[in-house]
Design a protein around this ligand. Structure first.
Ligand SMILES: [Ca+2]
Length: 223
């Protein structure tokens, strides 16, 4: 048993160091507006406010795994440029079904573009506010590219590259409000990609309501 734990630990640390080497310049800037000050403007200290005419505006979204919550919006709400106007507005957000552990969806930008930023926004009064996801990307050009890989598939072996892991939860656990995340790279470009894959996780498992209220996702092309 002890040997097994050691082995798992070694594998995890190997994965982590490989990841940090390959993506050392990728940065996820996180901003948080507490409930008292969050407004429909989604204005943040550092993260840019959501855009209407970004490269995601005409993207196609594909649900790969997981169930959308019937009380929420369709995936297309993530790229329509329309934002929720209140802190608890299910119909204006996309979220995974209550009691499920999240899911994954793919975004097809239509063609390969040089991506400067991927920005994600969420808003909820408590545990459905924070964001926990892995962002993968692909140009879709490789012979082994799988555009809709299920969770039991090794993404790295199917044409996908891990960009970063996002977790906006605080240690204090007081996570209500509005979150803005801006994923950038010190070199000015995250890379040239056509597809993005968002692998989403619950923020907590204490009850059935740990799936984030995602309000909008922007993709900003490099100028
Ligand atoms: Ca947008």
């Amino acid at each position: 048993m002890r040997q097994r734990i050691v082995r798992v630990g070694l594998i995890i640390s190997a994965i982590l160091s490989a990841t940090s080497l390959a993506h050392a310049q990728v940065k996820a800037t996180i901003d948080h507006n507490p409930n008292a000050t969050a407004t429909s403007a989604f204005k943040f200290k550092n993260v840019p406010s959501p855009a209407k005419d970004d490269a995601a505006a005409k993207a196609k979204l594909l649900l790969i795994e997981g169930q959308a919550d019937g009380n929420g919006a369709e995936l297309s709400a993530l790229t329509d440029g329309v934002l929720p106007t209140e802190e608890d507005q299910p119909a204006a957000n996309f979220f995974w079904n209550a009691g499920t552990g999240g899911g994954r969806f793919q975004m097809d930008l239509g063609s390969v573009i040089d991506i400067a930023q991927v920005n994600t926004y969420s808003w909820h009064p408590n545990t459905r506010g924070p964001q926990v996801y892995r962002l993968w990307a692909s140009d879709g050009a490789g012979p082994g590219f799988n555009p809709a890989p299920k969770t039991n598939i090794d993404l790295a072996k199917n044409g996908w590259k891990l960009i970063t892991v996002v977790d906006t939860r605080s240690k204090e656990g007081d996570d209500g409000g509005q979150f803005g995340v801006s994923i950038t790279d010190a070199r000015g470009s995250l890379g040239k990609f056509r597809y993005l894959l968002f692998d989403c996780y619950v923020t907590e498992t204490a009850d059935e309501f740990g799936n984030t209220f995602y309000s909008e996702i922007d993709v900003i092309a490099k100028k």
